[in-house]
Design a protein. Structure first.
Length: 256
């Protein structure tokens, strides 16, 4: 099956039956990533009187409550409400489109004199030179499935040089996705410099821009141009657990 889109006057085809899921699944009481000291995800069976919300326990249906911290448990998409007191700055209000042309790039964080591992602006710029897109999907090296279960809290994981946020904003990138817990340093005295720069908050806020953290892009997915679908729950909250999905784009050239 083939579908087509046109972006920047260039037609592309993609196969909607071949999605590439780059989200991390949420489990109950199983190894999975956590960051910023979030409690583990938990699924709780609802019990009311004689009713038990578990077919395995003899109930008629499965009926459970989920305990999850979007910023700390698995893949999540956030809006500028993450750093704003504006009650209307929710992911439901800010994210109104769900399909975007995205460039997937792979970069190696560089160790700094203070021991931090940082994704540098010069490396990101080199990967995006000449590329026109609406979203950037950033995969970091080394890229192993250990990312699917890593506990990041208190480990000072890699992060982005704050200038990257400014660069992407100036380039018109509306959506940034990465496989790290945050674009900023784990403990940075609350400055969140890259967040502020990317959203241009508070002076020229890019209300429709989003950041998606803790994705996982398997190695078999090549760097290149994709159609990106960002799926969220309609939460009136600054962030939501999310499911970003890629579809490989193939350019269509005129035939003679």
């Amino acid at each position: 099956m083939q579908a087509s889109i046109t972006y920047s006057d260039q037609p592309y085809t993609f196969d909607p039956t071949e999605p590439l899921d780059i989200s991390m699944p949420l489990h109950d009481k199983q190894p999975q990533p956590e960051c910023f000291w979030a409690e583990p995800v938990a699924f709780e069976v609802i019990r009311v009187g004689n009713f038990v919300g578990s077919v395995a326990e003899g109930g008629s249906t499965n009926y459970k409550r989920i305990h999850v911290t979007p910023h700390g448990n698995g893949t999540h998409t956030e809006c500028y409400g993450h750093i704003s007191a504006d009650e209307h700055a929710t992911i439901h209000n800010c994210l109104k489109r769900f399909l975007f042309v995205a460039q997937l790039i792979t970069v190696q964080p560089q160790k700094q004199e203070n021991g931090d591992e940082v994704v540098l602006l010069e490396d990101v710029k080199a990967k995006l030179q000449g590329i026109k897109c609406e979203a950037v999907v950033l995969r970091t090296l080394p890229n192993t499935d250990e990312k699917l279960t890593r506990h990041y809290s208190g480990t000072n994981p890699p992060y982005l040089e704050p200038a990257i946020g400014q660069y992407l904003a100036e380039k018109g990138i509306q959506h940034l996705l990465l496989d790290l817990p945050s674009v900023d340093r784990e403990l940075d005295e609350g400055k969140l410099l890259c967040h502020h720069a990317f959203w241009q908050y508070p002076k020229n806020t890019r209300c429709g821009a989003t950041i998606t953290e803790l994705i996982y892009v398997p190695n078999h997915i090549d760097d290149g141009l994709y159609l990106l679908n960002i799926q969220i729950a309609s939460l009136q909250l600054d962030a939501s657990p999310s499911k970003p999905v890629l579809y490989k784009l193939s350019p269509v050239f005129p035939t003679l």
